[in-house]
Design a binder for this molecule. Structure first.
Ligand SMILES: *Cc1c(COP(=O)(O)O)cnc(C)c1O
Length: 393
C-alpha cells in the first residue's frame, strides 16, 4: 500500500486510501501521532535530519506523520505536487503572504473575499509596505487594468462568499503569468471534489479545512497546495519558522473528512440546487445567488469549471435588514452561525457578521446588501429545510 502511485487513481479513491503509510502495527485505520519530537539513533543521524540531508521526522511544528498523511492526500486530490497543513485557513493565507511578499509588493484581490482576508491584506501586510487593490471578481478586463509591474500575486475566491460570483480561473492565470505574477485561489467553497484550480492554471490553492473538508463543524485547519518549488523554497521555511501548525488530532479528523468529501459534496450540491430553485419562487425573495441557476450571470462558466455548483445559496429579501433578521430568528432547526460547509444547515446575515467589520463603503462595493441572507445548505431532508425557512418568509 505504501508504494502505490496514487496519481493513477481517481479522487474518490485517493480520498480514502492515499497518504496512509501503515506502521509496523499493521493498523487498517490511520493512527494519530501525538508526539512533539522524535528520537534519533545517533548524534550524526540527528544532524543529518536537521540539515535536511536525510528525510524523516524532526519536530512536530513541521513534521508529523498524521499531518503528513493529510498533506499527501490533499495534495493528490487538488492535483498539486505538495501540500502543507496549517492551524487554520487564515494561517494558510497568512503563510502564503509571509513567504511570498516583500515590502513594496502589490496584491490584486477580488472584492467580496472572506472578510478576514481583506483585513489581513490591508491591515497586516499593509503595515509592512505591501499595497492591495480590489477588483470585481468576474471582470477580467478590470483585473488586467489593475495589474502593476510589482503585482506579486492575484488572489481570488470562486465561487465568492457570499454572493457566489464565478471567476474564469484559466483566463486569470494566463493574465497573471503574462505579468510575471502568481494566481492564488481560495478553493474553500468548492473543495477539490468540485474544482481543481491548479489543473486550470492557478499556481497556489489555499484551503480552509474547517469547512467542507471537516464537514461536520469540529476542527479548525487550513492548507496550502502548490508546486514542489513554491512549497520547498517559500512556504515550508515559513511554516518551520512561523509555526502555525496543524495538530495531529485535527489532521486525523480532516483525513476522515476527506474520505467522505465527494459524496457529501454531491449531496450538498443537490440540496442547494433544490433550495435555490424553490427560493426563486418565493414572493418575498428579491434575488437568489446560486451558480446552478440559469439566472446566475456566470452559470455557463460554472458548468465548465466546476463539476457541480456548491452548497452555498444566498438570497436578498426585499425588506432589508429587518426582514433578514426576522427570517433568521423565525427558523427553528437551522443553526444561526457564520460557519459553513457543515452537514447541518447554517444561516447567517453577512452584513452584520462575516462582513460586519468592513466599512459600509467597502461592504457596498462588495455587494453585501442589508437584506442578504446566506445559507450553507446541509444534508438534512430538503423538505425540512424549506419548511424551516418558510416560517419567516
Ligand atoms: C472560513 C474561510 C477562510 C478562513 O478559514 P479559517 O479556517 O476559518 O481560518 C478563508 N476563506 C474562506 C472562503 C472561508 O470561508
Amino acid at each position: 500500500m505504501n508504494d502505490i502511485d496514487w496519481n493513477d487513481y481517481s479522487i474518490e479513491t485517493q480520498a480514502i486510501r492515499a497518504g496512509h503509510h501503515r506502521t509496523a502495527e499493521d493498523e487498517h485505520s490511520i493512527a494519530i501521532f501525538p508526539t512533539s519530537s522524535y528520537v534519533f539513533a545517533s548524534a550524526e543521524e540527528a544532524s543529518l535530519r536537521f540539515t535536511g540531508k536525510k528525510p524523516g521526522n524532526i519536530y512536530s511544528r513541521f513534521t508529523n506523520p498524521t499531518v503528513n498523511a493529510f498533506q499527501q492526500r490533499l495534495a493528490l486530490m487538488e492535483q498539486g505536487e505538495r501540500c502543507l497543513a496549517f492551524a487554520s485557513g487564515m494561517a494558510a493565507i497568512m503563510a502564503v503572504g509571509m513567504s511570498l511578499l516583500k515590502s513594496g509588493d502589490h496584491i490584486l484581490c477580488s472584492r467580496g473575499v472572506f472578510g478576514n482576508t481583506v483585513l489581513m491584506f490591508e491591515n497586516y501586510f499593509g503595515k509592512f509596505g505591501v499595497s492591495c487593490d480590489f477588483v470585481d471578481l468576474t471582470d477580467t478586463a478590470a483585473w488586467a487594468a489593475a495589474l502593476k509591474p510589482n503585482t506579486r500575486f492575484l488572489f481570488l475566491e470562486t465561487p465568492s462568499n457570499p454572493l457566489t460570483g464565478i471567476a474564469d480561473i484559466t483566463e486569470l492565470a494566463e493574465l497573471a503569468h503574462q505579468n510575471g505574477s502568481l494566481l492564488i485561489v481560495d478553493n474553500c467553497f468548492c473543495t477539490p471534489a468540485l474544482q481543481r484550480p491548479l489543473a486550470l492554471g492557478a499556481d497556489i490553492v489555499v484551503q480552509s479545512a474547517t469547512k467542507y473538508i471537516d464537514g461536520q463543524g469540529r476542527c479548525v485547519g487550513g492548507a496550502v497546495i502548490a508546486s514542489e518549488e513554491i512549497i520547498e523554497k517559500s512556504v515550508y521555511p515559513y511554516l518551520r519558522t512561523g509555526g502555525a501548525t496543524m495538530s495531529p488530532f485535527n489532521a486525523w479528523v480532516f483525513l476522515s473528512g476527506l474520505e467522505t468529501l465527494a459524496i457529501r459534496m454531491k449531496a450538498h450540491c443537490d440540496n442547494a440546487l433544490a433550495l435555490a430553485q424553490w427560493l426563486e419562487q418565493q414572493p418575498s425573495v428579491a434575488k437568489v445567488h446560486y451558480p446552478g441557476l440559469p439566472s446566475h450571470p456566470q452559470h455557463e462558466l460554472a458548468k465548465r469549471q466546476q463539476s457541480q455548483f456548491g452548497g452555498i445559496v444566498s438570497f436578498e429579501l426585499s425588506g432589508g435588514k429587518e426582514a433578514a433578521w426576522r427570517l433568521i430568528d423565525a427558523t427553528q432547526m437551522l443553526s444561526i452561525t457564520a460557519n459553513l460547509g457543515d452537514v447541518k444547515t447554517t444561516i447567517t446575515h453577512p452584513a452584520t457578521t462575516t462582513h460586519g467589520r468592513l466599512s459600509p463603503e467597502a461592504r457596498a462595493a462588495a455587494g453585501i446588501k442589508d437584506g442578504l441572507v446566506r445559507v450553507s445548505v446541509g444534508l438534512e431532508n430538503i423538505g425540512d429545510i424549506k419548511r424551516d425557512l418558510l416560517r419567516g418568509l
